[in-house]
Design a protein around this ligand. Sequence first.
Ligand SMILES: [Zn+2]
Length: 343
Amino acid sequence: MPPSPEEQVQFLLKVQRLLGEGLFSATYKYALLMALADLSVEIGDDSGSSLDIDAERIAEKFIEYYWRQTLPFLGSVVLRQNAGKAPVVVRLLLQIRNKYGDSLASAQRDSIAWRALARQIAANIRAMPLRYLQNVGRERIPFLYDPPQGIAPKTIRLYPGVAFCLRRFHGLIAELVQAGWTKWVRQQNLSFIGESADLHEFLFGATRATLLPLQVPLRELQRNLCFYCQKPLRQADVDHFVPWALYPLDLGHNFVLAHKECNSAKRDLLASEEHLSTWVERNRSHGEELGNEFDRLGVIHNLGSTTRIAHWAYSSASVASGLTWQARETLVPLRGEWLMLLH
Ligand SMILES: [Zn+2]
């Protein structure tokens, strides 16, 4: 059973308390809350039931978040993510990233080393943030999962209703977490980054530079036509089909090639069901061949996850009676076809 509206409000109030009053000696708690929300989207559903989450899955999310954050800021210094010495995940990533030429996809492909890294980080997450996340001041507010007595188990079970709320309010929670995380990092690094630098973009913005190599295979597949308006392309943008602002989905199959004009008219909106149908069909017919291209280019991909995240995005828009983008200034409501397309 999904939680009642009253229970959903209570849940949000607790998230707000956690972020507002919790003591944060490092950015780990932000990362953990973000990981629980993201994984609820990626592996949970809207039934309201409990959800088991593996600490190693959480660790992989940590690697994803901190990978970009351990690049030198403005080319000079790696930002502090802890009041004391650098947290384990930061130290481990700094040790290994050179080996993979800064490419997360290459690191993932080295599967034995990747698993060992995830295991090591998972152990750290079980000993620290999973244990303390729900402590607010001297109080404990267990509303996400049973707080472990000592080191957390390898798999935690989110209480019934939690995955539902984390999915339903993902956008809101992501904004709260990112704002808190950014503020924390700014305060800890104030001496050299100052007030003005665009820290939020560095920590959480879309990674546009890595999208350039995708131009060639996408252009070929789309026969040099814009994905949305089907007119010939000259200069083109690689577009996140499920918008980055809705979910930071950088997996290969989420990308399409479009006119700059079409891309900017679409903004942060979901594409209409007509476009969705084209996208689903493209991934069905050419998903595998695209996957091989992505491997060659060092772009991470997982068609299953991509489709699940798209399902969540359209389902959220449908619940909110949101409009989708068709062309230029034209927005259209959902008619329910997405449910068939993304089953
Ligand atoms: Zn176009």
